[in-house]
Design a protein around this ligand. Sequence first.
Ligand SMILES: Cc1cc2nc3c(=O)[nH]c(=O)nc-3n(C[C@H](O)[C@H](O)[C@H](O)COP(=O)(O)O)c2cc1C
Length: 352
Amino acid sequence: MTSLRLTVKTNESDPLPEIDMSTHLGLLDLKNPILTASGCAAAGRELDQFFDITTLGGIVTKSVMQNPRSGRPTPRMAETPSGMLNSIGLQGPGIDSFIEKDLAWLSERGATTVVSIAGGSVEEFARVAGKLRLAEGVSGIEVNISCPNVESRGEVFACDPVAAAEVITAVRRNTAPNIPVLAKLSPDVTDIVAVAQAVVAAGADGLSMINTTLGMVINTETMRPALAGITGGLSGPAIRPMAVRCVWQVHQAMPEVPILGMGGIRTGLDALEFILAGASAVSVGTTIFHDPTAPARIRDELTRAIAERGFETLIDAIGYAHREPDVELAPTGPAFVEFEQALDDDQADVDL
Ligand SMILES: Cc1cc2nc3c(=O)[nH]c(=O)nc-3n(C[C@H](O)[C@H](O)[C@H](O)COP(=O)(O)O)c2cc1C
């Protein structure tokens, strides 16, 4: 992009600007870049009471394993400053019931559905993917190789490039070629680019990042860990800078690989940070627990933010923060003066 048409801020009550918000994650076309984050909207049924879930880019379902699971003991949620700690431990109905009830409902509802899968072994991931191959209504698969809430931290596949690649190879082999496979990465590694490169080499079509980061809270009254599982996954605004950094680093190393970004997104401007860092789409998670309308609101806020910055399409904004600094827009530069003057007329054409 060489030239941006900057427009002034619009009000919430103004009609939404008509710009192209469509995007894609590999072969998966999305009408807009806002999805739900796995584990924060179940299978979308509850959210559908608050807004039409088919107006989102997609629903990413709670990670499903082969068999039903009751998860970890309670208490398994704790508040933290600007975040939340959870140790749910992949509670779920098992893949057969998920396909029969949740996936069938999503498919009938007409939602774009990315199914998140998890497993305790490479074989379990492969079996769950194999079941989904035969099911209706799967638009993509997100492979949760990064759940911190497993009994042994040694089982977090995403903390080891070799183990992560083995899972992705097995899932890719059992998934139809036209269905994109996204590997969900953990921030709890020294070199996230190395893990990203390993899973892409193993056949991942895109990357979801980030999962929660391992944390812990101690209750100062009981003087014991607040969670029964002792440690848990930290999410919410507290982790956003870490998530943006991960997206930035991976986009810089592999700009051609689509990224679904997430971590602490509460507003359209938060989502924009991820897009500018290189994400092609974003997932909204923890904020849904206190504002179930958040995904729809963030979609509209992002649409306005993209238009206000002069982009004609969302795709033009992806990775835009990686460009060379624009000297012309420095507050003392001639383009800035011209822009300020033109603001009086509501609009400005500025060459960048
Ligand atoms: C209560 C809860 C449950 C979650 N369950 C899953 C899950 O089943 N699978 C998964 O891949 N991520 C899961 N996550 C992680 C989110 O999908 C997301 O990656 C993370 O919370 C960061 O985004 P956020 O800060 O917007 O929540 C869960 C997060 C929370 C808070």
